[in-house]
Structures are given as C-alpha cells and as structure tokens.
Design a protein around this ligand. Sequence first.
Ligand code: ATP
Ligand code: MG
Ligand code: MG
Ligand code: MG
Length: 474
Amino acid sequence: KELSSAEFRQMFLDFFKSKGHDVEPSASLVPHDDPTLLWINSGVATLKKYFDGTVIPKNPRITNAQKSIRTNDIENVGKTARHQTFFEMLGNFSVGDYFKEDAIPWAWEFLTSTKWLDLDPAKLYVTVYPKDTEAQRIWHEVVGLPADHIIKVEDNFWDIGEGPSGPDSEIFYDRGQEFNNVAEDDPENYPGGENERYLELWNIVFSEFNHLADGRYVEQPHKNIDTGMGLERVVSVLQHAPTNFETDLFMPIIHRTEEISGQVKYGDAEKTDIAFKIIADHARAVSFAIGDGALPSNEGRGYVLRRLIRRAVLNGRRLGIDKPFLFELVAVVGKIMNSYYPEVEAQEGFIAKVIKSEEVRFSATLTDGLALLNQLIATQKAANKTVIDGSDAFKLFDTFGFPIELTVEYADEEGLTVNQAEFDQAMAEQKNRARAARGDLQSMGSQNETLMALKEPSEFVGYDNLTISDAKLV
Ligand code: ATP
Ligand code: MG
Ligand code: MG
Ligand code: MG
C-alpha cells in the first residue's frame, strides 16, 4: 500500500523520535526574530537560536517538519518535476551531540529499512565532498554503499567566509532514464547535475569547522548536524508520480481547478499542465503565507504575495478562467494539510477573503494594462514598426503588474516582438536600486545560505519590530 503524505510525514518524525529526538512544531513562515530573512526557507532557519547558542535546547536532538517558501525557485515551478515555491522540509538536527557516524547510517536506515521507507538501495546515490574521507568511509564501509554510488562533488562544502563551515552529503534517487530531460551520455547526467533523472531528496550538512578571519579552518569543539529532506519529492517517489504534483498533496487542488475551468483538463497539453501546477503551488503558498500573518502589499513579503497571486490569476486565464477563483482553492488546501497544519482550515474565511480582494484588484490593473498594451501595438503598427520598446514593457511590468512573458506572448500574437535587452536593462537598474537600498538582506535561496546568518549573533528584535524589518527590505 502506498503511503499518504500525512503518513509519511509522521513516519519521519516517529523515526527520529525513536532515535531520541524531540519533535519541534513547524514555526511560522514569517520569521519573527530574524530580520535577515524574508521567509523561512528551510528547517534550520527556525532553529538558529540553538545553533548560535542564544538558546540551549532541552534536548540537543531535534526533528521537525517545517513549512518553507523559496521565491528563488518561482521560475522552476511547473517546469521542473521537483520545485515549488512552498514546500515542507523534514529535518533532524544535532546541536553539538551526534555527528556523521550516526547521522549517515540513520538516514540510510530510514530510507531503506523495510520497517521504514523501504526504498530500493540500488536506486540511491550520494554526493560527498572530495576531501571528506570520513563521510566516504561511513557511506562505503558502515552503510555498505558501493563506491560507484558515492560521487565526489567539489561544491559539497558550505563556506560562508568567517564562521561555521563544513562538508555536506546529498542523497539522490534514480528515477530512471525515462524521466530524464538530458541524454544518457550528457555530461550533466549524474546525481547532482542539471537533469531530471537523479532527484535530490535529502541534504545532510556536517558543520565541523570554524573558518577564521585569517583563512584557517579549525575544528569546532561542538560539531553540529543539520539535515533537510523535501517532503513532496519523497512523496512523489512513494506515490510513483512523474512530478511532485501528481500526488495527494496537489491533485485535489488541480481537480478543483479543472472544475472551475470547465473547459481544460489536466493532461490536455504541456502548457496548460504548467498553468495547473503553478496555480496549485501558488494556492498553497499564499494560503499558508496569509495564514501566518503576511498580507499583500507593494513591498517585501507583501509584494511576493501579490506577485504569486497575480501569477496564479494570469495562469487561470490560460485555462479560460476569467473570474476570481484562487480564493476557492483555500478550502481544498486547508483540507489536504489539516492533519499537521490546522491553521489554514481554521482561518479559511479570512484567507479566502484576502485573496479574493487581491484577485478583484488585479483584474482592474490587468484590464488597464491590456488597454495600454493594445494602444502600444496600434501605435507601432501605424508607424510600421514591429518592436515594442523595453521601457514600455517595463512600464507594463512595473506599473500594471504585467509579467514580461505575458507582454511578449501578447505582442507575438499581433506579429510584434519586445526589446528584451532594454527591458532587462531597466529591470537590472531597478534591482540595483533595490539591492542598494536593502544592503545585505538578500532573499535566502538555500539551506546553506541560511547558515550564513549564523555568523551574525541573532538578536531577538521582538514581534513589534516586524514593520521595521519590512521597511528595510523594500
Ligand atoms: P535543488 O538542487 O533541487 O534545487 P537544493 O540543493 O537547492 O535543491 P537544499 O537547499 O539542499 O535544496 O534543501 C534541502 C532539501 O529541500 C532538498 O534536498 C530538497 O529535497 C528540498 N527542496 C529544496 N528546494 C525545494 C523546492 N523549491 N521545492 C521542493 N523541495 C525543495
Ligand atoms: Mg541541490
Ligand atoms: Mg541541496
Ligand atoms: Mg535549489
């Protein structure tokens, strides 16, 4: 029998409970005590207080299932099998307690034991840091993984300049060449390469060095373990799904969207399938983000929310939906996630209301933006020109919230193109201005980047200061 996503989540926590871990509940997606982060983007992000010594945990062994948002993956959603903007990260953590010799065999036991996930060991590969002979020895001699399933990758080391650093080891599942998007002899066709065959399931970070200002690496007296496993990816393997989406986590949302569309079905065409996936992902992301206290606005977190809602609405149009609909998916998201995350169902009415009013609001700029675009096209045609200025495309983006892809597509139907280089230039200038304004506060795109913030002693700024950190992020 296939495991449901809820059963799998519980199984992970139970496994690490059986290894002496305490379960830490998922924290809010909105960081309350970390002005360096826009969204919680990994399991370790909410446990920083334990790793930087601000708080001593009751038990140095911790496990969690953590809601995460990564906006840097927005373009990947629907295009790759494995990325969402909202996902859950499962993790086990050792705060100066156990290290590699336990973390590695436990990961293997969980994945392959018939009592637990029972995955086929022949389909599992790991990457290791070339100089980390200790991890290689444990994988090979203790776990028994054959040498040709242990791949040395120079990148498997997180180093943030001064501060904690160390090698990591990532575990990949071989889905078979039939899922691949590159040829068998392509140089990227290996675990860790740019391909759709070897699916990265789990990242295990061994924080063992202190990188000193003079460039030396000294062993830390207390070594830490931090791991992150993507729940939806493992569920896709357990439920034999071609992507994360054909699972019990997303299909009910997709089916409800089909009903609302009334004309397009999932599976009809690649382009509309991508639209279904984007809508399902963004429905989850915005439901949880609003449930955790974020609200649409023009800056920082609120802008991300607005962009996600807008993108879902545009993709709805690709399915023939031209009335507010995203808000109707909140109930479906709430029901799917209720057993571990009751917060969406509990606030369903409020979340739906916020989304619906944003949908109505965007319909207004969408209409105005289209009017401007039509006018631009007419002007160009009258002047016998075929290229829309990048600055106009940027205005459509900046003022009317038109993603460049939509402008390009629409212009194309009229036989026109868009000056993409000019648009990119305007975009880069705006980004530079934004970057200059927010200093170092970049959106954190990886588990490792989260650890960067560890070198700054994290300071509890208090819930009331949320607006201050928001303002800094503009
Ligand atoms: P990838 O290389 O596939 O983008 P990553 O190396 O960026 O993943 P990590 O920072 O190592 O990811 O995060 C730990 C785990 O979280 C990954 O091994 C993966 O299972 C999961 N994960 C990361 N990003 C996403 C995402 N956008 N959607 C779903 N799961 C994710
Ligand atoms: Mg990776
Ligand atoms: Mg990784
Ligand atoms: Mg990534």
